[in-house]
Design a protein. Structure first.
Length: 51
């Protein structure tokens, strides 16, 4: 069944960007930043595959 994947992906990207911004502000260590990016990319890829 088709959903509005473009809107969903955009909304998820926006929330992921906000999440990353919060992580960067709270904890600037390189390891945590890399982990946050990896999680965000994984979530974004999963949201794209749901379509």
């Amino acid at each position: 069944m088709l959903h509005n994947n473009q809107k969903t992906a955009t909304e998820r990207l926006s929330s992921i960007t906000g999440f990353l911004h919060g992580v960067i502000l709270k904890n600037m260590t390189k390891k945590n930043l890399m982990n946050a990016i990896a999680v965000a990319v994984e979530k974004l890829c999963q949201s794209c595959k749901l379509g």
